[in-house]
Structure formats: C-alpha cells, structure tokens
Design a protein around this ligand. Structure first.
Ligand code: ATP
Ligand code: MG
Length: 410
C-alpha cells in the first residue's frame, strides 16, 4: 500500500465512477495526479441523487471501486466522495471582527470566518463547505488575502454550502458498508469545476454547467473564486423520458437511441435518415426518423440550457463570465450541443473534459462524464498537499469532519 494514493468516488444518479491514482510532483507548487485505475458501474439504489436503497448503492460502490483497484493494482481504504441534489443550499454570509493587534493575523481571519459561519441552520442540515470569497479591510473591499495587512476592522464574505444531514449520512453509510471511509464529502459541481475549468477561466469569469442524468449542476467562478453554485432538477434523463413518451419505447431503448442517434439541433440531421426501434408489438421493429429524435432532444435541451441562462440572468452573472460557459457531464456528449448553447448564451461555449494536471492513464478519463470523479481526486491531491494524507493511511478521521474550512480552496 502506498501512502500517496488518492481516490475519488462519484455516485451519480445514472453511473458510479471511481478514480484511483497517486499524487505526483511538488504538493505545494505543482501538484499533479497520475491516474492508475478507473472503475464504473451503473448506479442502482439512487433516485435523483438521493440514496433510496442502501444495499443496492453499496453494491454499486463496491463494483466501481473494485474495478478501479484492479486496474490500479492497489487497494485503498478511503475516498473523496461527491454529494449533490436539490437539498443543497448555498448562501453568502458576512463576518466582521475587530483586529486584535496592528496587523491581521491567522487568528483574526479564523475568528472572522467563525462569525460568518455562525448563522442559524435548520437542524436537519449540515455545513459542507465554507468558502471565503472576499475580504474587506477597514471598509476597503475586493481583497483576496487579508493576512498581514494593517487594519482595525476585518470583514469576510463566506459562501456557505449546506446539505441535508440525512443525504450525507446515507452516502457515508453506503461507502462504509462497501468497505471504505469517506475522507471528505465534496459538492459535485465544485469537484467537476476543478477538473474542467482552467485557472485563467476562473480568473476571467466562467460558468461550468455539468449536465448529469437527474440534475444539471452550475458553478460560477469570478476573480478566481466560486461565486455561485446551484443544482437544477433536470438533466439528460429528462430527454430519455421524453423519448419514452414520444416514441412509445421502453426506457433502456430510449436511453440507447439518445446516446447513439440524438443530436442537439434537429436542423442538422438529414430528414431522410431513419433508425430502427422496437415496437409497436413484442418482437417487432419499426422505423423512426433521426430528425424526430433530434427534435425531441433539442426541445428539452433548449429548456435545460434556458433554465441555466435564466438563473445566470437572475443573478446578474451573465455579463461577468467573460470566459463563458464550459459544458460537462455525460449529457454534454450530445453532438451539436455547443452550437445549441451558442444560440442561448451570449458568451463563448466549450466542452470541458478532464485533462489538465493529469498523467498516467489520463486518456481513460478524458470524457465529460468523468469530470466529477476526476475533480474529487484532484481535490484530494490538493488536500494531500495540505495534510500529507492519502487514501491508504489510517488516521483519526479529522478529514471527514463536517464543516471543515476550505480556506482559499476553490
Ligand atoms: N453520447 C451521449 N449522448 C447523449 N447523452 C449521453 C451520452 N452519453 C451519456 N449520456 C447521458 O448522460 C447522462 C449521464 O450523465 P452523467 O454520467 O454525468 O450523470 P450522473 O453523474 O450519473 O448523474 P447526476 O450527476 O445527475 O447524478 C445520462 O442521461 C446519459 O444517457
Ligand atoms: Mg454526476
């Protein structure tokens, strides 16, 4: 067992994905991640990002983890696991303190964070992340690092992200039953953004839009910091449901038809082209035009991206994301998606796949569906740099403690 191993585990609503690798390079200046193993399993026991059947989810996790371990030729005992769902809430909170000495010290900053964090939270919610986004020193705002500055008053804007305690407890439980510990629970859109957004994009301003099965996750970065995250309750599986209804075929056939033949812009499909689908009776086959599939797909995708646009407009963020939209997640594998998105967003659009900072079997995770799992592992790499703890050393479990400060992490 090697001490610098890191594992990311993404329990998605449609697939569960494990990525195992090792931290390479200088942990403080240029940390890298060498991918050694990837495992995938179709998720069972999860509905809309919530664990609904513990046993089935446990089995899914075991399958994905074992596959990744086999490929990597190592075993791990802890993972960085993702969490998402519409129980996630995020809000900004301000903390204000009087600076104790002449200069701002670590203890002043900590106190300020504590004040910002001390907001009333519903009893069934727990704090996942508390991310400082901005400091004000003696009323002067826009300060990224307040430490060491001369001042009498320090304010910090902290972005608080909470989750349902039940939802997180069930993820921890399923992972534990599969035989692993949760090193830390990380909000999925933050993890995915880590894997696909470049530092420059985050600086200039960018929105990562991760289209999963049940949800579409949005994470907006401005001036290098996360400004906004949201989990919208519609994803690529909604297209599948539409195809089930529109074509009168079973779910599995609809999913297959979507993944093989769907396109985001109906006008780009040859109207003569047909494909075979099952029905109407058992054992029968009929033809439908690809244009019809594309038409159904376009309508729903237009609605999903329209929902994202409305959200960005509502928060006045659309003009602040000069680097534009980065689409990721399994749903982003849809042909012509960039072209459709370009009709909806007045900014540049690209597809984001994990790649930066990766070595080893990087090719095997170079698709948009792997963003979250890779991002979780990259988060682990950064943590490793701070704590020197990997996925295969036994510790007191400090890392899994709820409400952990992310410092200047995201
Ligand atoms: N080639 C493809 N074209 C269109 N859609 C695809 C393609 N490949 C996968 N998808 C769709 O992407 C979705 C799954 O995406 P992903 O693997 O990111 O989701 P997940 O992580 O399981 O779900 P969530 O993040 O919502 O919990 C499914 O609806 C799947 O049908
Ligand atoms: Mg996902």
């Amino acid at each position: 067992m090697r001490a610098n191993l890191i594992a990311g585990l993404d329990i998605g609503s449609t697939k569960t994905c494990a990525v195992i690798g090792e931290m390479v390079g200088d942990p403080h200046r240029a940390p890298g991640f060498k991918v050694r193993g990837v495992g995938q399993a179709r998720t069972t026991g999860v509905r809309g990002d919530l664990v609904t059947n513990l046993e089935a989810t446990t089995e899914t996790i075991k399958q994905a983890m074992r596959e990744a371990e086999l490929m990597a030729g190592v075993t791990v005992d802890r993972v960085f696991a993702g969490i998402a769902g519409d129980h996630i809430e995020a809000r900004h909170s301000m903390g204000v303190v009087a600076v104790a000495g002449e200069e701002i010290t670590v203890s002043d900053v900590d106190r300020c964070h504590q004040v910002a964090r001390a907001v009333a939270m519903a009893p069934d919610m727990e704090l996942l992340h508390a991310i400082p986004t901005d400091y004000r020193v003696d009323h002067q705002g826009g300060i990224k690092r307040a430490l060491g500055m001369s001042a009498t008053r320090l304010e910090s804007d902290v972005y608080l992200i909470t989750s349902s305690s039940t939802a997180s407890a069930n993820i921890r439980k399923a992972v534990a039953r599969a035989g692993y510990g949760v090193q830390e629970l990380v909000l999925e859109p933050l993890a995915a953004a880590r894997a696909v957004l470049t530092e420059d994009e985050k600086e200039v301003g960018a929105a990562m839009v991760e289209i999963g099965g049940a949800t579409t996750d949005v994470a907006v970065f401005i001036d290098g910091r996360v400004r906004y995250v949201s989990v919208l309750p519609m994803g690529s599986d909604n297209i599948t449901s539409d195809l089930v209804r529109g074509l009168g075929i079973p779910w599995a056939e609809a999913q297959k038809a979507k993944e093989l033949y769907a396109t985001a812009i109906a006008g780009m499909v040859d109207p003569q082209e047909t494909i075979e689908i099952p029905g109407p009776g058992p054992g029968q086959i009929r033809n439908v035009t690809r244009e019809l599939i594309a038409h159904i797909t376009e309508q729903r995708m237009d609605e999903i991206l329209g929902m994202v646009r409305m959200e960005l407009d509502r928060l006045d963020l659309i003009d602040q994301i000069g680097a534009g939209i980065v689409l990721s997640g399994g749903g982003a594998a849809l042909p012509s998606l960039v072209e459709l998105a370009q009709q909806i967003f007045p900014t540049p659009v690209r597809i984001g796949v994990p790649g930066e900072g990766l070595s080893g079997l990087a090719d095997s995770v170079g698709r948009p569906r792997f963003s979250t799992a890779v991002g979780l592992a990259l988060h682990g790499v950064e943590r490793f740099g701070e704590t020197g703890e990997g996925a295969s050393t036994v510790t007191s479990g400090v890392m899994s403690k709820v409400g952990m400060w992310l410092k200047e992490f995201f």
